[in-house]
Every structure is written in C-alpha cells, then in structure tokens.
Design a protein around this ligand. Sequence first.
Ligand SMILES: Cc1cc2nc3c(=O)[nH]c(=O)nc-3n(C[C@H](O)[C@H](O)[C@H](O)COP(=O)(O)OP(=O)(O)OC[C@H]3O[C@@H](n4cnc5c(N)ncnc54)[C@H](O)[C@@H]3O)c2cc1C
Length: 404
Amino acid sequence: MGKPRIVVLGAGYGGIMTAVKLEKMLSEHDATLTLVNKNDYHYQTTWLHENAAGTLHHDRTRIPVKEVINLQKTEFILDTVVSIKPDEKKVKLADSELQYDILVIGLGFETAVCGVTGLEEHAFTIGSINNARLIKEHLQYNFAKYQHEEEQKPERLNIVVGGGGFTGIEFLGELANRIPELCEEYDINKTMIRIVNIEKTPTILPGFDQQLAEYAMSSLESRGVEFITEATLKECKSDRVVYEKDGKLVEIPTYTTVWAAGVRANSLIEKAGLDHSQGKVKVRQDMRAPDYDDVFVIGDCAMIEDKNGKPYPPTAQIAVQESETVARNVKALIDGSEFQSFKPHLLGTVASLGQTDAIGNVLNNRQLVGWKAVLLKKIIDNRYLFKLGGFNLLMRKGKFNIFH
Ligand SMILES: Cc1cc2nc3c(=O)[nH]c(=O)nc-3n(C[C@H](O)[C@H](O)[C@H](O)COP(=O)(O)OP(=O)(O)OC[C@H]3O[C@@H](n4cnc5c(N)ncnc54)[C@H](O)[C@@H]3O)c2cc1C
C-alpha cells in the first residue's frame, strides 16, 4: 500500500476520538486522514436531554470540530454521507464522492418508531442539537400560548414521554427541574402541569438494579412525574396520544410527545450491504466488519459481544473505548504491527435524575444515589472533555458545580 487514505465518517464520540488518536499515532508521511461530519461541530449526545429541557444551553454541548481536530493533520469535510460502497471503497457524500483505503464508520444512531402510528409525524426525539433545541422552544411556546389564548387548553401543559429507559428518565429528571422555572416565568400554576411517562415494562431503567430503579421513580414522582407502566403507546396525534393498558385504550390530550424509547443504528449501515444484525455490524474482536479487512465500525453502528456472547450496550463510554482499539488497529493495518482485540474497562453507569439527583451502578456493582452519583456523572463527563481536548476544553465546557 502507498500512502493510504483513511476516512472517518461521523464526528460523534467514536469518530472524533478515533481521529484525535490517529493524529497522535500517525505522521502525515504515514497516511492522509479525512473526517466527515454533517455538522461543523461535535456534540455530546449524553447532554442533549438537558438542552431539550432547557436546563443547559446547547452551546455548552457542542464543540466546533476545528477546536479539537488539528486541521494541519486532518482534512475536515462538512457534508452528509449519502451512501457507503465497501466493494468499490467509495463513500458518496451529498456534494462529492470519496475514495478510501481504510474506512471507519461512526455514524451513530437513529430513532426507531417501533410501529407506533403517527410517531414520525407528531413526536419529538432527543437525537441531535437541532431536535433538542426544537423541544426547548416548543415547551416555551406552549407555556406562552396557554396564557395568551382566551380558551386555555390543558393539552399545552401536558407533556408525555414515551419510554422509561436511560434517555427518557434523564429527560424527565431535567423536566422536573425546568417546569417549576417555566411556571414562574409564564405565570402558570404548577398544579396545572402534567408530566407523564409511558413505559411498556413493569419498571423503568432496565439494566439498573431494581432498588435503583425504584429510587429513580420515587425521586421523579416527588417532583411531579407520573408513571404509567405496563402500558403501550399506540398512536400519536398532533393533539393527543393513545396508549393501551390492561386491554383498554386511554387518551392523553397533549401537544408535546417526546419519544425516547427506540433507537437503531444509522440506516446507512443496512444500505451499505454490510453484514448486520438488527442494523448493526457484528464486528470482529479487532472492530473490523466481517467481510471487509479495510472497514472498521464503531459506537452505536457496531455490535461487539463480551465473552459470554452478550453485546455491550450502545453507550458513549463504549464508543470512546472502542476508538482506542480502532485507532491502534488502523495503524496496525498500515505498519503491519499486531492487531489488538477490544477489551473494555467498564466503569459503571450513572443516570442523572435532574441537576441534583442521580443513580449509579459502579465498579464491583456498588450502588450510588444522590449527590455522590451526581458528582460521579460530572467526573465522567469532565474526563471525556479532558481526553478529547485537554485542559483547555475541560475548563471551557466542563461541569464543576455539583449542586447545579
Ligand atoms: C439523551 C441521551 C442520553 C444519553 N446518556 C448516556 C450516558 O449518560 N452515558 C452513555 O455512555 N451513553 C449515553 N447515551 C448513549 C450515547 O450517547 C451513544 O451511545 C453515543 O452517542 C454513540 O456514539 P457514536 O460515536 O456511535 O455516535 P454519535 O455520538 O451519535 O455520533 C454520530 C455522529 O455522526 C454524525 N452523522 C450521522 N449521520 C451522518 C451522515 N449521514 N453524514 C454525516 N454525519 C453524520 C452525527 O452528526 C454525529 O456527529 C445517551 C444517549 C442519549 C440520546
């Protein structure tokens, strides 16, 4: 191989960290490095629920790519990937086409509507800065409009969140903080607000111990969140949702449904003809796609199993750790050194329940709740910023106040 062209698709956790690592591992004599992303910024998906609720400005969450990437070493292309053709070693972008020798796919996740009628048309999702900003503005608009209309409509003040998993619960936690502020700002009595979570299973937060899930539920209930479990969202309309519980259909009038229950890998994976399972590429231990030695897949687009055959969960933590293996193995492909297998160092999981409460399952199955979990979450977030952009980025974007 001459001087190979490495192309990284997506500047999310997996993609941008791979690029940052490759910049350090390779010199410009070894390879050319290109990063493609549809925005000129990287965003921390794990903070989007705060932007959506309005408790954190979205400029704290996004980081211009050029602040993290060395543009002398990496060519950054602001464009949207339209298709991937692994047999031809080509990637089609909206405005051009790229030829690669080594490809890293880190295009993240998409919303899955899971067969619920009207969801695509009428529900909001928390998957990008644009989505999050829209939810924030929509909430404010409805609070303002409620006071402005002669005939006041309760559906403007009812908020329904579909799904009691990680994203849904973290968003509800932020809402529980934000709603009292909105009520004050728009002169609305707090008792008029209804925040409802609809969850299919008997409990929320699968993956967390039952005790922690119960803690989360009572923390949120004490701040006005209503849980409807063992209920299935059936239909979403512009002014109401319909769910089924105990064989009966029930309606909630609302202009605000936020769907936080279903995600799938970027559909470009399936369209690329890469061997996949439920839309994700079941990568080899070195993070390469099964039939292509020159294609690495990372983050939510990849599926990799632990030694018991259980897939690692699609998390930012895993995506970042995979970037280490991917960068090393891209280098191995170039210089002939030995390939490494992915070995995660799982540090545990923390779910926030608003600005001042959280739950965590950490090393050796230790459980944390309250301010300790809040602190740990901020340490995890700050550690990532430090890894990505060093002390400077940490000081500019980090979270240092544990009480807010
Ligand atoms: C609200 C929320 C809270 C979460 N909280 C946590 C948490 O606390 N801890 C945790 O570990 N995980 C959490 N997750 C999961 C975590 O965010 C994902 O697992 C992680 O973002 C996956 O990283 P990735 O690199 O695969 O993709 P992403 O980080 O999603 O990045 C994909 C990138 O590709 C770009 N892109 C997509 N399509 C195209 C295209 N066609 N062309 C060009 N560019 C494109 C996107 O703009 C984006 O920059 C949370 C997720 C959400 C939604």
